[in-house]
Design a protein around this ligand. Structure first.
Ligand code: FAD
Length: 351
């Protein structure tokens, strides 16, 4: 049996919930399909010590400020999960879970959304499936030779799992720096970055990143010079644990090794460092495989968009994946801006 809804939102993380908030305000009929068994999207799977890089007041979805977390300037992931759970309940958002979307197809004037528990016909689809589900691992010679443990950011939980071990953390972004800081005290840590780590000034946090991303998009849209956006400020927000480890001299980065062998990493000068584990903090790609039947994919696995609308399929919107779907739109506060246009665009399409 195929059910119908004016709009199907794929993904019930923060982006999908923000979409639901605006669709409801516009009185549209919609359903949200989410692969997770419980609310909170990717935040449910974060490592134990992960905290936001912005205070609660700068991490809110439309309509409902995130409450402060007692004793924490930067809320932890459990607090975010609690906030998203409450957001979904408060606005009575129709999230069906666990439901995994396997494919979106053109079906005459409608789109057909196939799932692992039946299919839906919709006049418009919002894809808000995030990136956490597609970890990226670089092609490094010898990776399959290494006999120790290899894991990606998405599998990392806590330094207790590595106590006393020799651990190599790869990656000079926020995840790499935070996980290296987490491991800096209980393990024999080697932190590897492709270029020397670029810490943002200590008094800059996610608020400034959002402003920088917005200024860049405005400059580009207005035909002015590229301001450089977030990248112009640095790569790593100096959140308190990162700052402490760095100031204690425990976060010294080495340039990238050239290959792995059975027991560790081999440096450009031929010397070696033995390791028990390698943690790849090497980023993510958008989780878009369910859209493959629409054949829209362009460069770097992305889909060309105008705002959030797919350039070549006006019934499809993409929300929350990164700057290409709106400045800082992969953040809690950042998704609030493009999502208004997404809902309005769909309302116009349907009338
Ligand atoms: P997700 O949270 O990934 O939600 C997508 C949902 O879609 C999930 O529930 C998933 O199961 C579901 N889904 C996926 N595929 C399918 C499918 N085929 N069918 C059905 N459902 C599907 N942002 C901030 O604002 N502040 C921060 O401090 C911050 N720190 C971050 C730290 C890390 C390590 C990372 C990785 C990101 C951080 N972000 C931060 C960015 C961002 O807020 C998160 O990535 C956030 O989880 C993105 O929300 P989302 O709803 O777009 O995607």
């Amino acid at each position: 049996m195929t059910r119908t809804s004016q709009v199907v939102v794929i993904g019930g993380g923060q982006s999908g919930l923000a979409a639901g908030y605006h669709l409801r305000r516009l009185g549209l009929d919609f359903v949200t399909l989410d692969a997770q068994a419980t609310p909170g999207g990717a935040w449910q799977h974060a490592w134990d010590s992960l905290h936001l890089f912005s205070p609660a007041a700068y991490s809110s979805l439309p309509g409902r400020p995130m409450p402060l977390q007692v004793g924490e300037t930067y809320p932890d992931a459990a607090h975010v999960v609690g906030y998203l759970t409450e957001y979904e309940r408060r606005y009575d958002l129709p999230v069906h879970r666990p439901v995994r979307v396997t494919g979106v197809h053109r079906d005459g004037r409608l789109l057909r959304v196939e799932t692992d528990s039946g299919s839906w016909h919709a006049q418009a689809v919002i894809s808000a499936t995030g990136t956490w589900w597609r970890p990226f691992l670089p092609a490094v010679p010898g990776r399959s030779d290494f006999r120790g443990r290899q894991l990606h950011t998405v599998e990392y939980r806590s330094p207790h799992d590595f106590a006393g071990q020799r651990v190599v953390v790869v990656g000079g972004g926020n995840s790499g720096a935070q996980i290296a800081a987490d491991l800096a005290y209980d393990t024999e840590l080697t932190w590897v970055t492709q270029r020397p780590p670029r810490f943002l000034a200590d008094d800059i946090d996610g608020r400034a990143l959002f402003d920088a991303a917005t200024a860049r998009r405005r400059a580009l849209d207005g035909g002015r010079t590229d301001t450089g956006g977030v990248a112009s400020l640095g790569d790593i927000v100096a959140v308190p644990p990162v700052r402490e480890a760095r100031d204690a001299g425990r976060l010294k980065a080495s340039p990238m090794f050239v290959r792995l062998d059975r027991d560790g990493v081999v440096w450009a000068d031929g010397t070696r460092t033995e390791a028990d584990a390698i943690v790849w903090c090497t980023g993510f790609r958008p989780a878009l495989s369910h859209l493959a039947p629409l054949q829209l994919r362009g460069r770097r696995g992305r889909i060309a968009t105008v705002g959030t609308r797919a350039l070549e399929e006006p019934r499809l919107h993409l929300l929350g994946y990164g700057d290409w779907t709106g400045p800082a739109s992969a953040t809690l506060i950042g998704v609030g801006r493009p999502v208004r246009g997404t809902a309005r665009g769909i309302a116009e399409l349907l009338t």
